[in-house]
Design a binder for this molecule. Structure first.
Ligand code: VGL
Ligand code: ZN
Length: 244
């Protein structure tokens, strides 16, 4: 056997098996429409489709309302759905209004690190915190609320901003034997991305359905979010890739 043949073998084998795995999972570059099929172990996580994040709200995400019909259609294909709500106290630590002299989109140093400061939004029990009225997913099984501690934010549906206080979602998914999450909603570069990254950290497969999300894009946050997600093994897919 030539000297380089044996060292070549594992590499070729690896590439071959990776390509095969991609095809099986439906993640190949030339993916045909509708080839990703959510199964009994898949959960759709509908992130923060709340009035504050829609046009006319206090922290509107451009085009936010457009995700609603896309999500309604996708939801029909999932046996398991979790809905999240950003759920802040009045005077929350993530609100610029809580700091004299601070403006929205500036930052503050908090106990757990740098916090982007936002306009007041999603205050517990207000209309702004309610789910968009046209979201029609009555078969959703769990609503998980986050960011409800006065001094700590939580973009992620899994862990609060200190990176270690769990919301309980990982435990819920594990107890229900769900191992794969499909993420949709608002905003791509904050709550969706942080949830997807934490899903990977917690050991779940994670796919973000891009056209069922919209981003805020402050200081390059949208491109960075996709880069971080790609690096963490989050799959970027379109709603047409899902078998509905
Ligand atoms: C979100 C900023 C502040 C989100 C929540 O849902 O992406 N963004 N709070
Ligand atoms: Zn928030």
């Amino acid at each position: 056997m030539p000297a380089n043949a044996s060292s070549d073998f594992p590499r070729r084998f690896f590439l071959g098996s990776t390509a095969a795995a991609c095809l099986v999972a439906g993640f190949g570059a030339a993916r045909a429409a509708g080839t990703i099929k959510p199964d009994a172990k898949s959960a759709l996580i509908v992130v923060d489709v709340q009035n504050c994040f829609i046009d006319g709200g206090t922290l509107p995400v451009k085009g936010g309302a457009a995700v609603v019909p896309v999500i309604n259609k996708l939801a029909a294909s999932f046996q398991n759905i979790v809905v999240t709500q950003d759920w802040h106290t009045a005077g929350h630590a993530s609100f610029a209004s809580s700091y004299p002299g601070k403006q929205p989109f500036e930052t503050a140093e908090l106990a757990y690190g740098t916090q982007v400061l936002w306009p007041d939004h999603c205050v517990q029990g207000t209309d702004g915190a309610a789910l968009h009225k046209d979201l029609k997913i009555p078969h959703a099984e769990l609503v998980i609320r986050k960011g409800y501690r006065q001094h700590m934010d939580s973009y992620s549906a899994f862990f609060e901003a200190d990176g270690k206080t769990p919301t309980g979602l990982a435990g819920y998914l594990r107890e229900r034997n769900l191992n794969q999450v499909f993420l949709v909603g608002l905003a791509t570069d904050f709550c969706v991305a942080w949830s997807a990254l934490d899903a990977r950290k917690a050991g779940f497969s994670a796919l973000v359905i891009e056209d069922a999300c919209r981003g805020i894009d402050v200081n390059g946050s949208l491109a960075k979010a996709w880069q971080d997600m790609q690096g963490a093994g989050v799959k970027r897919v379109q709603s047409t890739d899902i078998d509905v």
